[in-house]
Design a protein around this ligand. Structure first.
Ligand SMILES: NC(=O)c1ccc[n+]([C@@H]2O[C@H](COP(=O)([O-])OP(=O)(O)OC[C@H]3O[C@@H](n4cnc5c(N)ncnc54)[C@H](O)[C@@H]3O)[C@@H](O)[C@H]2O)c1
Length: 351
């Protein structure tokens, strides 16, 4: 089992991570446990968790519907109400058993209930294991805008049990790989080269651990997204606008799918800005485009949605862009004309 030190807490990685969870529960003597899950993690992950940690058998279970629509203020109200109805005090432990939706939402509810109760993440999707469970960002969507309301709050610990991935649907595996591609592109050229080979995906544990370690290194240097951490937003400025645009529609995209499109578009932007060579752009497009959803992106709504991006300053849209694979920079402005050219470039590739 591997142990990584993050911002005041440990991340336990490996299929014996639940032994560490048992020790954590014994040490901390919480007054009650609440486990947040969705219908899929309730079915596929909760039984394993409870049989590995019998102390959790008496937990209160809060089940939400799977999907991004659950990252809403209405579901927060439901969670806070359930905590209140069941007399959750400040010595309660809140356990997020699920993908990034559960950890973002549950982390937010726990960090605000009674001014904050302890919470832990037990990520069950590839995306949550490799990315969302590290870094302390919690939040919900509001008024159709991704992650508009949220906090920086660290869990007390993270327990990654990779065997949970056996039941993860294929579409969600592709979704999680998006964030692994991203961290490689911004922080590790060797990992990026490794990802070019199909055999890289035979051992997902190694990829997940590498991805967590790379993100953790960046987060430790800049916990509050003031400078260096912004590089993790590569692909997300346009990606979040794309995701928000389709949110709640029949064509709704998964987070990672929107970020894959965002990375292709923002790589083109980096090429326009002369940060990236044509051959590097070609390799990135070749690798990512076959994993992108087949969508023809509408320009105006996406430009409009980018006006709400959290990185904007003085109404200027700022990007995190790669300069050479494995290296990134941030706070790069781009004109509407440049963004338009890059979106049209993407549309020409998926045609
Ligand atoms: N806080 C952060 O740093 C951060 C980083 C990246 C993404 N995010 C957020 O994460 C969210 C996306 O996360 P996600 O892709 O994990 O979504 P998700 O939580 O909806 O999980 C994906 C799907 O897989 C199912 N699932 C999860 N684990 C399973 C398992 N072991 N077996 C079977 N089914 C399983 C879920 O029920 C769901 O249907 C987005 O809201 C995004 O904004 C947050």
């Amino acid at each position: 089992m591997a142990i990584l030190k993050s911002l005041g807490y440990n991340l336990y990685f490996g299929n014996s991570a639940f032994n560490s969870l048992k020790a954590f529960l014994t040490k901390n003597k919480y007054s009650s446990y609440f486990i947040l899950c969705d219908e899929n993690t309730l079915q596929h992950c909760l039984p394993t968790l409870i049989s590995s940690c019998p102390a959790l058998a008496t937990s209160n279970i809060i089940e939400i519907e799977s999907g991004e629509h659950s990252k809403s203020i209405d579901i927060c109200t439901h969670i806070w109400q359930t905590l209140t109805d069941n007399f959750a005090d400040r010595n309660t432990l809140f356990i997020n058993l699920g993908g990034g939706v559960v950890s973002d939402l549950g982390g937010f509810c726990a960090s605000t209930y009674k001014r904050g109760i302890d919470f832990i993440h037990i990520p069950t999707s590839l995306l949550a294991m490799a990315d969302a469970s590290v870094g302390g960002k919690t939040g919900i969507d509001f008024n159709g805008i991704k992650n508009l309301i949220g906090t920086f709050s660290q869990p007390k610990a993270v327990f990654v049990h990779p065997d949970f991935l056996f039941t993860l649907p294929k579409r969600h595996v592709n979704n999680g790989l998006a964030e692994i591609f991203k961290i490689a592109l911004v922080a590790d050229k060797n990992l990026w080269l490794q990802l070019q080979s199909p055999s890289a995906f035979k051992k997902p544990e190694q990829l997940i651990l590498k991805s967590i370690a790379l993100k953790n290194n960046i987060v430790l240097k800049d916990p509050f997204d003031k400078a260096l951490r912004k590089v993790l937003n590569f692909g997300h400025t346009i990606g979040h606008a794309i995701e928000s645009h389709y949110l709640g529609s029949p064509e709704e995209l998964l987070h990672g799918e929107a970020i894959l499109c965002g990375m292709v578009i923002e790589s083109h932007l980096a090429w326009q800005k002369k940060l990236l060579s044509k051959s590097e752009l070609d390799t990135i497009c070749k690798t990512l485009i076959r994993r992108c959803p087949n969508v023809n992106l509408p320009l105006q709504p996406i430009l409009q949605l980018m006006q709400n991006d959290k990185k904007n300053k003085n109404q200027q849209v700022l990007f995190a862009l790669i300069k050479k694979t494995g290296n990134a920079t941030y706070n790069v402005p781009a004109s509407a004309k440049q963004i338009e050219a890059s979106v049209l470039f993407f549309n020409s590739l998926v045609k």
